[in-house]
Design a protein around this ligand. Structure first.
Ligand code: FMN
Length: 339
């Protein structure tokens, strides 16, 4: 996820969840990589600890995508992931990301060219289509599976939905069926062990791809792998957050890391209890030392929200993260009760 799932985050995730099968970089502009743009080179930073990791590329010029894939392969990418899901206007208007779904011929030739350009596996990340209920993905996925790609990850939404609105389980299931010769991973709104199970059961997918759920709950991969819910303590969450910033500082320098962390931290603090004030302070933080002071102070102030057992008092407990998948679980529970 652009701006979030950087190398430090991915490395830390693997430390607490050894079961993660693979990770993928944030999306990288193929042309920028060819031009050795410093930002693209930062995004392509890989490490042994975070392996296998795919490099995700976006673009709509076939030769550029093939050339960028070769560069990523030389850089040590475990695989190349082609982005056909990004809805951002900046990328969509230039024909990249989810815009490729509306150009099936071009999309197919582009995938073929990337597969031929590298020796490492190639995967595709896609959405269901561009406009709501205009299902494009199954037909495309059916053709993609003949190109030699290894797998497809499908986000069960249309471009017009952005990142909210219902996930279409049927839409994902249709992609799974249409591309039955390869692995299809289901993506969208997986935030708990329960809705992970539902996603797998209802779509028949080979596995899951998780984005925001990993920020809300970095332990989610371990939970799914071990099929057992984990309830990380406040201290566990705090340590993960601090370590994330420390490693980000090592990679990007203190000032830039603190700046980037302003939008990452609220995902973590949201699960810790009342967080408005700590988020405000983090949004002004410019150094690691200052960050340590902020969280130390926060840990002390948080005590007043705890009950005698050391848990957050009921009224201060964070609300569960909303997932549109939960409505299916509720419906199933309701009909069971009725029956
Ligand atoms: C801020 C943000 C950045 C994202 N960046 C990327 C990206 O770089 N590449 C990509 O394939 N998907 C990206 N996504 C989409 C997610 O990977 C995922 O498909 C989508 O959020 C639904 O899954 P989730 O509910 O597990 O997050 C991004 C999503 C968000 C919210």
């Amino acid at each position: 996820m652009a701006g979030y799932t950087n190398l430090p985050f991915r490395t830390l995730i693997r430390m607490i969840a050894p079961g993660v099968d693979y990770t993928v970089t944030e999306l990288i502009n193929a042309r920028s990589l060819i031009e050795k743009n410093p930002e693209a080179l930062r995004l392509i930073a890989l490490s042994e600890e975070d392996t296998p990791c795919g490099v995700q590329l976006f673009g709509n010029v076939i030769q550029e995508m093939a050339e960028a894939a070769r560069i990523a392969e030389i850089h040590g990418a475990s695989f190349i992931d082609i982005n056909m899901g990004c809805p951002a206007p900046k990328i969509f208007k230039n024909g990249g990301g989810s815009a490729l779904l509306a150009q099936p011929e071009l999309a197919l030739r582009l995938v073929e060219a990337v597969v031929h350009a590298v020796k490492i596996p190639v995967t595709v990340k896609m959405r269901l289509g561009v406009e709501l209920d205009s299902l494009i993905a199954p037909g495309l996925a059916n053709k993609f599976q003949e190109t030699g790609i290894q797998s497809i990850t499908v986000h069960g939404r249309y471009r017009s939905q952005g990142f909210s609105g219902n996930i279409s389980l049927d839409g994902i299931a249709a992609v799974v069926q249409a591309a039955s010769k390869i692995s299809v991973f289901a993506n969208g709104d997986v935030t708990t062990l329960e809705n992970a199970r539902l996603m797998l059961e209802r779509t028949g997918a080979s596995g899951l791809s998780i984005g925001r759920g990993a920020l809300y709950n970095p332990w989610i991969f371990k939970e799914i792998k071990e099929n057992s819910a984990i309830n990380p303590s406040f201290q566990d969450r705090l340590e993960f957050m601090i370590r994330n910033l420390e490693v980000l500082c090592e990679l990007c320098g203190e000032k830039s890391a603190c700046c980037q962390f302003r939008k990452i931290a609220p995902f973590y603090t949201r699960r810790m209890g009342p967080s408005r004030e700590v988020n405000r302070q983090i949004s002004q933080c410019t150094s690691l030392a200052q960050f340590h002071q902020i969280v130390e102070q926060y840990s002390k102030e948080r005590l007043r929200f705890l009950d005698d057992t050391g848990e957050l008092k009921h009224s201060y407990q964070p609300r569960p993260v909303h997932s549109t998948l939960d409505q299916h679980i509720e419906a199933a529970t309701f009909s069971k009760r009725k029956g």
